[in-house]
Design a protein. Structure first.
Length: 163
C-alpha cells in the first residue's frame, strides 16, 4: 500500500471540498449540523487554506486514490509563554482506509513537517477520534504529551512538541 500526503494546488481545491462533504457527513453523528438548501454541508473556512498565511491543506492518497485530508493552522497568540502552536483543525480518513495505518502515517508525516508545539482537540462525544489521537500521539511522542480541557472547547485537547 503506497500512501502519499500531498499539499494540493488550487486546481485540487474542488477535491478537498468534496472530501469535506464526506467528512462533515461522518461528523454529523457528533454535531447537530444540517445540510443547506442544496443538500450540502459546506465548509466556511475552505478558502482560508488558499488565501491566508499559516493555513496548510493536505490530501492523502492510497495507491493513487484519494483517501482523506488534513487541515492544519499555525496559531499565533499574544501570550509570551506560548507564542504560537500548530493546530490540527480537521482530519479525515475515508472509512475504507481506516484501521489500515493511513491516518497514523499521515499524522506522523504532517507532525514531522512542522517542528513546533502541537494541539489536537476532539469533541467529548467523539470517542473514536479520542482513541485514535491518544494512540497516535502517544506513539509519536513516546507518551510525552499532556491532555487538558478548556472552557471554550467541549472535549479533550492533547498538547505535545515535535523535535
Amino acid at each position: 500500500m503506497k500512501i502519499e500526503i500531498i499539499q494540493p494546488i488550487v486546481e485540487r481545491k474542488e477535491i478537498l471540498k468534496n472530501l469535506l462533504e464526506l467528512y462533515q457527513y461522518d461528523f454529523s453523528e457528533f454535531e447537530s449540523e444540517d445540510v443547506d438548501e442544496n443538500g450540502l454541508f459546506g465548509y466556511k473556512y475552505l478558502d482560508c487554506y488558499w488565501n491566508e498565511p499559516n493555513h496548510y491543506p493536505f490530501l492523502f492518497q492510497v495507491d493513487g486514490k484519494y483517501a482523506g485530508f488534513a487541515l492544519v493552522r499555525k496559531i499565533t497568540v499574544e501570550d509570551a509563554s506560548n507564542p504560537s502552536y500548530m493546530k490540527m483543525c480537521e482530519f479525515f480518513v475515508m472509512r475504507k482506509y481506516r484501521k489500515e495505518g493511513v491516518g497514523k502515517r499521515a499524522a506522523f508525516h504532517i507532525f514531522n513537517l512542522f517542528q513546533d508545539t502541537w494541539e489536537v482537540a476532539e469533541l467529548e462525544t467523539n470517542l473514536p477520534a479520542q482513541k485514535f489521537w491518544r494512540e497516535v500521539i502517544s506513539e509519536y511522542t513516546n507518551n510525552n504529551y499532556s491532555e487538558f480541557y478548556l472552557d471554550q472547547w467541549p472535549g479533550p485537547i492533547q498538547r505535545f512538541f515535535t523535535v
